[in-house]
Design a protein. Structure first.
Length: 140
């Protein structure tokens, strides 16, 4: 086996389990956040499952597309450099995707909380007539 094939194998051995671990961690710990955002346990679980599937598809797809090195790896030092660069890029992409998800759901949560603050607790029961110099302009 040559160094390039060993580089590919090392990269996959590191990034695929890393992607699985991140997805499971985000799924387990993000459920509480999704329940708070969406308000229902069933809906939060469904959205959580869909997010995990999308996360796997996107990240494993990125890992596989980013597999190719473009150069021939000739020694162990170069293999470590290539694998560390590729794993670093995958980790940055995972972090950016996580940040985007949290940002979107936090904005949904913030909007929902603002709407509950804008809604009056009870509808108006009656209107009071205007008193003052303009009272004649507005008949009761």
């Amino acid at each position: 086996m040559d160094w390039t094939a060993l580089t590919y194998l090392s990269y996959l051995v590191v990034t695929v389990p890393l992607t699985v671990w991140v997805a499971r961690t985000l799924s387990r710990n993000g459920r509480v956040f999704l329940t708070d955002v969406l308000g229902e346990d069933g809906l939060a679980d469904a959205v959580n499952t869909l997010l995990v599937v999308g996360f796997y598809l996107l990240n494993v797809g990125f890992v596989l597309l980013y597999l190719r090195t473009g150069t021939t790896v000739v020694n162990l030092t170069q293999m470590i450099e290539v694998v560390s660069l590729k794993v670093g890029v995958v980790m940055v992409v995972l972090g950016l995707l996580h940040f985007c998800n949290v940002y979107v759901f936090n904005s949904i949560r913030r909007r929902a909380r603002l709407e509950t603050l804008r809604t009056p607790p009870l509808p108006p029961q009656r209107y009071t007539p205007t008193v003052g110099p303009d009272a004649a302009a507005y008949p009761a």
